[in-house]
Design a protein around this ligand. Structure first.
Ligand code: S3P
Length: 174
């Protein structure tokens, strides 16, 4: 089988990790989560990296490890962090390295429902009150959509189960 390198991207809470694991299982290839990879290599949680070293350091490491993964691994499903596509030239770098980048597109109200329960360990939103989340996500997603929309394919992911989304991705591979 030829190498298949699948990249999943989208906002926090869009299901990148859950869907990514299912896709990798079905195809019997490795699953990688960029946040988990960074945590392992840096021996620190993402929250601690943000707190102790700052966001700029984290963003530098994100692209460094992303390139490392593409160099060292053959077939994989890689779930990015929500911000990975939105810094530097990252989205162009990704699309040059694979023809299979997928944007898991989830709307603002569904994202809010998902994120309100788990905002504390997410450094981008942990400082917000629950009633500020919808407005924050709306603006943030608007800014980020420009980058997310550079993905080769977009998968509407509001109402479908992770298994259904995984199936759409598997059937759309090029
Ligand atoms: C971030 C999303 C997180 C993680 C970091 C920054 C962002 O990943 O990389 O907290 O900027 O949206 P998930 O999308 O996997 O939560």
């Amino acid at each position: 089988m030829k190498d298949v390198k699948i990249v999943l991207l989208g906002y926090m809470g869009s299901g990148k990790t859950t869907v990514g694991r299912i896709v990798a299982n079905h195809l019997n290839i490795k699953f990688l989560d960029l946040d988990a990879y960074i945590e392992q290599r840096e021996d620190m949680s993402v929250s601690s990296i943000f707190k102790e070293k700052g966001e700029i350091y984290f963003r530098k490491k994100e692209i460094e490890y992303l390139i490392e993964i593409f160099l060292n691994e053959s077939s994989f499903v890689l779930s990015l962090g929500g911000g990975t596509p939105c810094f530097g030239d990252n989205m162009n770098v990704i699309n040059e390295k694979t023809a299979n980048s997928f944007y898991l597109n989830v709307g603002i109200s569904e994202l809010k429902e998902r994120l309100v329960k788990e905002k504390n360990h997410r450094p981008m939103i942990s400082h917000l009150q629950d009633n500020e989340l919808t407005e924050f996500i709306g603006k943030h997603l608007f800014e980020r959509s420009f980058f997310y929309n550079k993905a080769h394919q977009k998968v509407k992911s509001d109402n479908n189960s992770p298994t259904e989304i995984a199936e759409v991705i598997i059937n759309s591979l090029v």
